[in-house]
Design a protein around this ligand. Structure first.
Ligand code: SF4
Length: 396
């Protein structure tokens, strides 16, 4: 039997018949772990595409979808990667059809797909539109061709803009652009130019991440060997602060450490993660969080496919966090949002009184000007946002 232990369907009796009632889960994530080539900074679970493997992978995720979704209904769907649009037109159509077969896509609050320039044809855009996808997240990363090349991106700035205009022309009204800053040799003026270019396009949402150096990635080897030189923390901080000011001046709401949205266009799917609510992840390496328990699927794409084929368990790791650790996570994730969390909400979600659990930390951080903590809520200050990682460590 195909094994999926996520969540338990509630069974109620009605007129003598057993009826499966669906468990409401806020979000469904589907991972497509294929890319044309690897970017030098990437440590996401992705491999270079092989068309036959894509077909086998789609068969595997369909099995997992069938098993997991039969008992659940969802508010948002997010197809991420990797590069979901690297699959060919027939495969994309197959993927979106299988989702529509298992999920009520007509009643979703948000249906996002990640797109990378250099992988999107007109036909794929039409397939997405006809399949009720209503939000596109484009990985543009930079509008500077020199840096796109350095980072190992497969597209130019003009190709990225063309994709954006094409998506608009096809009727997509909710587009997010991903940008990266703080990479070796980047000057603050170059980053300012990127932000200006981005705002000229007027997307509904912008994610602006400072480059992180993940062990095992080529960029770390290059900086360790001296081929590339990292920016220092002060330079990165200046870029972060400029980003916040500039995007707020351009009518974007800074609603999460690295995320900005026009009013009402905040990403509902990611907000589920930040609010520590339940989600199901489908595909290699995907995480799920249901009934207070966290699960992770087998990471290797090959193993995921072969386990699915031989009807073996796809989950390789699961844990139920102790209550206090869970409370800690709830606070840490909530502090990523600029609105923070109310004491009442914290108590409802964690079962703890915020003051009692973290009194010392909250007092120290308030005195240091890193958090605002009053009778109602706790949230990071502007100063706290720029050193968010260190602030979060206080609650671990
Ligand atoms: S496109 Fe994204 S997932 Fe693919 S290699 Fe580049 S950063 Fe990684």
């Amino acid at each position: 039997m195909y094994v999926c232990s996520i969540g338990k369907a509630k069974v109620r009796k009605q007129s003598g018949l057993a009826v499966i009632t669906q468990h409401q889960i806020p979000s469904l994530y589907i991972h497509i772990p294929f890319c044309i080539s690897k970017c030098i900074y990437c440590d996401f679970n992705s491999i270079v595409t092989k068309s036959q493997m894509v077909d086998e992978y789609l068969t595997a995720i369909e099995q997992e979808l069938q098993s997991a979704t039969g008992r659940h209904s969802f508010g948002t769907v997010f197809i991420g990667g990797g590069t979901p649009t690297v699959v060919n037109e027939i495969q994309l159509d197959r993927l979106l059809n299988m989702i529509a077969k298992h999920v009520d896509v007509h009643n979703l609050k948000e249906y996002t797909i990640e797109v990378n320039p250099g992988t999107l044809s007109d036909e794929k855009t039409i397939i997405m539109k006809n399949s009720h996808v209503d939000r596109i997240s484009i990985g543009i990363q930079s509008f500077n061709d020199r840096y796109l090349k350095l980072l190992g991106r497969i597209h130019s700035a003009n190709e990225a803009k063309d994709i954006y205009f094409n998506l608009r022309e096809k009727g997509f009204k909710n587009i997010s652009i991903d940008l990266i800053y703080g990479y070796p040799a980047q000057a603050i003026n170059e980053w300012k130019k990127d932000l200006r270019e981005c705002c000229k396009l007027d997307p509904e949402h912008i994610s602006a991440y400072c480059l992180t150096y993940e062990q095992g990635t080529p960029i770390v080897e290059m900086t360790d060997s001296g081929t590339l030189k990292k920016l220092n923390e002060e330079e990165e901080l200046k870029m972060y602060e400029f980003t916040n000011d500039f995007l707020c001046d351009n009518d974007y709401n800074h609603y999460e450490i690295s995320n900005f949205a026009k009013r009402g266009k905040e990403c509902l799917h990611n907000t589920v993660y930040w609010e520590n609510r339940e989600y199901i992840g489908i595909g290699a390496g995907a995480f799920s969080y249901v009934n207070g328990e966290r699960y992770c699927n087998i990471k290797s794409v090959k193993e995921y496919i072969s386990s699915s084929r031989s009807k073996k368990r796809l989950i390789y790791f699961s844990e139920k966090l102790p209550q206090k650790q869970r409370a800690s996570e709830i606070l840490i994730m909530a502090l990523r949002m600029t609105s923070g969390i109310s004491k009442k909400e914290f108590a409802q979600r964690s079962g703890f009184d915020l003051n009692e659990l973290f009194e010392k930390q909250l007092n120290n951080l308030t005195q240091a000007g890193l958090i605002n903590f009053d009778d109602e809520r706790v949230m990071l200050t502007r100063k706290g946002l720029s050193v968010a990682d260190s602030v979060m460590m206080e609650f671990v």
